[in-house]
Design a protein around this ligand. Structure first.
Ligand code: SAM
Ligand code: SF4
Length: 319
């Protein structure tokens, strides 16, 4: 079995695939109110092109993929695309979604071969949801979480971006949710990527943990596909709590991922503007693009609130 190693010897076996940069929400930390300029269909990779890129990646050493966006469920045909991916014998197919559209699709996605899902939800309060996402869809998201659990997607993880003065008053509510439901709830540090990035909203993992520890004892735990998250649980809980410190503690030395943008570029690091355009989809061209992307993969990101000159926001990168 081939292995894809970058210049620093990190083994890259995980591809995050953005299938669209469109979205049905407008989260303030991710997108401007008016959304981002929609790309023409001819500028977006077709499913066939993505499959070819994955198939070639598997020959090189890619083992796991995550489907993301924008919002992946707004692109038509995603269930069939996952079925096709599933035939390629990957070890793991996952998705990151806002879950607004998942209720109707969860069973079908599971049947198509989706193993697990991460759902983004920053608040359990309808008014606040409207403020953060600029849309009124909390009920759909909550139904979507139940539908994902009922469909047998396992694990179902929640991504909660913690923001000072916005949702830091709901930490205990999320902890209680992990007691009742079999969810891995991951508290993610707010990053200065696109949208309205305000340094004063940043709260470090250390502080989030301290706040939770005022009321709960965090017991170490593990979770499938845990990546950069560190997991805990509270006594007697069905679910888990995870912490992702993108800014305060770099996990770059163990980074195993590469990103593919909807418009056909490899992005070796979330926080770097360097990209590699895939110039054609014959195998030779795809392999050359993989190799070039690994060659320029930086040792570490330099995300910070002072120097916000990132060329894409998260919805255009594929978070
Ligand atoms: N639309 C899908 C969703 O929201 O789950 C997938 C794409 S979204 C860009 C992927 C993840 O990026 C979400 O969990 C979202 O919360 C996170 N994200 C976007 N902008 C962020 C920021 N500035 N800081 C931290 N996380 C961010
Ligand atoms: Fe859309 Fe996800 Fe960005 Fe929110 S975080 S605007 S749901 S892409």
């Amino acid at each position: 079995m081939q292995k894809l190693n970058d210049q620093l010897g990190r083994e890259i076996d995980y591809l995050r695939i953005s299938i669209t940069d469109r979205c049905n929400l407008r989260c303030r930390y991710c997108m401007p109110a008016e959304g981002v300029e929609n790309k023409d269909h001819q500028d977006i990779l077709s499913y066939e092109e993505i499959l070819k890129i994955v198939e070639t990646g598997i020959k090189l050493g890619i083992k796991k993929v995550r489907i993301t966006g924008g919002e992946p469920l707004v692109r038509l045909g995603v269930e069939d695309f996952i079925s096709d991916l599933n035939r390629l014998q990957l070890d793991d197919i996952s998705m990151t979604s806002n879950a607004v559209l998942i209720s109707e699709k969860a069973q079908q996605l599971k049947k198509a071969g989706l193993d697990r899902i991460n759902i983004s939800l920053d608040t359990l309060k309808p008014e606040k949801f409207k403020k953060i996402t600029r849309r009124d869809n909390l009920a759909e998201v909550l139904n979507g979480i139940s539908a994902a659990l009922n469909a047998g997607l396992d694990p179902v993880k929640l991504n909660v971006v913690v923001m000072r003065g916005v949702n830091d008053d709901e930490l205990f509510d999320f902890v209680e949710l992990s007691r009742k439901k079999n969810l891995s709830i991951r508290f993610i540090e707010y990053m200065p990527l696109g949208g309205e990035a305000e340094a004063e909203k940043f709260i470090s993992t250390k502080e989030i943990k301290e706040l939770i520890s005022e009321k709960y004892q965090l017991l170490p735990a593990v979770s499938k596909g845990s990546g950069p998250a560190v997991y805990f649980k509270i006594e007697g809980a069905s679910g888990k709590l995870g912490f992702i410190s993108a800014l305060s503690e770099h996990f770059c030395s163990s980074c195993n991922r590469l990103r593919l943008t909807a418009d056909g570029k490899f992005k070796p690091c979330l926080a770097s503007n360097q990209e590699v355009k895939i110039t054609g989809i014959n195998e030779k061209e795809i392999i050359a693009a993989y190799r070039q992307a690994l060659k320029i993969k930086p040792a570490c990101h330099n995300l910070n609130f002072e120097q916000q000159d990132y060329s894409r926001n998260m919805s255009q990168i594929g978070g």
